[in-house]
Design a binder for this molecule. Structure first.
Ligand code: SF4
Length: 389
């Protein structure tokens, strides 16, 4: 990757995405919308200090603000009883502009799944989905408006990429969900947000810098972050190899998830167009290197599509390709595809699903059928199309 690409992540275009065998799919208003307001989350420690000093306050006030934000999920400066009353409104305006505004909230699974549609400063719509389980609560967040990867079976892919989200916009989804859990707004009473998955809208590796900044702020202990263990954060990718390599070099214990969806280049070229830029061998090699460096098992996401990639031959080839590396390095998550309206791609038959899993298990591959929480509110994978209803 060239320095130029590192310095200009804001376009959201993945490395190599402007030419070659696969070009990122851009929406017609791609990146024409300006930048989101600068938020506390987007500022360096020095910028935060300069900010409080410009209000005529000593620098320790920056740490107080961090405590309110990360420690108490609180952006309502009027309530900051330990902060000079005369400066609260100015501080709120300077550091905590409202970046995401709730448009709708849909609830399913007896109140334990909540999908929220958010409006951003420029009118863009994105979604996040909160899923409470008996032993953990997971938030699926978006990192881009739309997605440029063009997978034909995916609702988000149909939109194309509009723009990258700022670290502030990404982290705000987490703060609000953490606050909802703490305040008992999710069925089951007060609790703690424990897991984050970057599997909402967008290709996280197309917005690497902001995603990484968000990962660090989600995982750092208060007052630098929310204190959600990096081990409980999953960064997914469709197989943007330079991004996987960069993440490997970070040395963070986050989980990597690769949306493979097909075991051969022939089939994957069709299902995941990015494969024409980075093929299955390159993707699996990079993912396996991630396992070697992090000792975190890589999740292989595999959306089962009826008659397309769900037959015995596909399962056998997938097992062979994973076992090629020989060290139980991957965990396959076959996901029953959630059909989208007007699409020729549909979910596998239950018997094909069962056979697929059995073949993987017989080959010694760890595999569990991923549950499809939120299916009745279009909140499962590949269905985040951000429509206002
Ligand atoms: S499946 Fe994922 S990578 Fe592909 S278009 Fe949809 S959101 Fe983008």
């Amino acid at each position: 990757m060239t320095a130029h690409e590192i310095d200009t992540p804001e376009t959201g275009i993945t490395p190599g995405g402007t030419s070659g065998a696969f070009r990122d799919v851009l929406s017609k208003d791609h990146a024409r919308r300006g930048k989101p307001p600068l938020h506390f989350v987007d500022m360096t420690p020095e910028e935060r200090i300069a900010g409080v000093e410009s209000l005529g306050l000593p620098k320790f006030r920056a740490k107080q603000l961090a405590n309110h934000y990360y420690g108490h999920f609180d952006v309502d400066a009027a309530e900051y009883s330990d902060f000079p009353a005369a400066k609260r409104a100015e501080a709120a305006e300077m550091f905590f502009p409202q970046l995401i505004t709730e448009v709708t909230r849909q609830v399913a699974d007896q109140g334990t799944t909540i999908k929220t549609l958010w409006r951003l400063f420029d009118g863009s719509l994105i979604e996040s989905v909160l899923m409470r389980y008996p032993t953990r609560t997971t938030l699926c967040i978006s990192s881009q408006v739309g997605c440029g990867m063009g997978c034909p079976f995916c609702a988000t892919g149909k939109m194309g990429l509009t723009r990258n989200m700022s670290a502030g916009e990404i982290v705000e989804q987490v703060r609000v969900a953490a606050k909802m859990m703490r305040d008992g707004e999710v069925a089951g009473g007060p609790g703690r947000l424990s897991n984050i998955v970057f599997m909402g809208m967008g290709e996280p590796m197309g917005n690497y810098k902001s995603v990484l900044s968000a990962v660090r702020q989600i995982s750092a202990m208060p007052p630098e972050g929310f204190g959600i263990s990096a081990r409980n954060i999953t960064v997914s990718t469709v197989g943007v190899v330079p991004g996987i390599k960069k993440l490997t070099a970070e040395g963070l214990p986050v989980r990597l998830a690769v949306s493979l969806h097909a075991p051969s280049d022939e089939l994957r070229d069709e299902l995941v167009p990015m494969n024409r830029r980075f093929n299955t061998t390159q993707v699996l090699d990079a993912a396996h290197d991630y396992w070697l460096a992090s000792k975190r098992r890589v999740s292989i996401e595999y959306a089962l599509m009826r008659g397309i990639n769900d037959q015995a031959e596909h399962a056998r080839l997938l097992a062979k390709r994973l076992n090629h590396y020989g060290d139980n390095w991957a965990h396959v998550n076959p996901i029953p595809l959630n059909p989208i309206e007007g699409s020729r791609w549909t979910a596998s038959k239950p018997e094909d699903e069962a056979r697929f899993l059995e073949i993987l298990h017989d080959a010694g591959i760890t595999a569990t059928l991923r549950d499809t929480r939120g299916q009745d509110i279009d909140g499962a994978c590949g269905q985040l199309a951000a429509k206002e209803r």
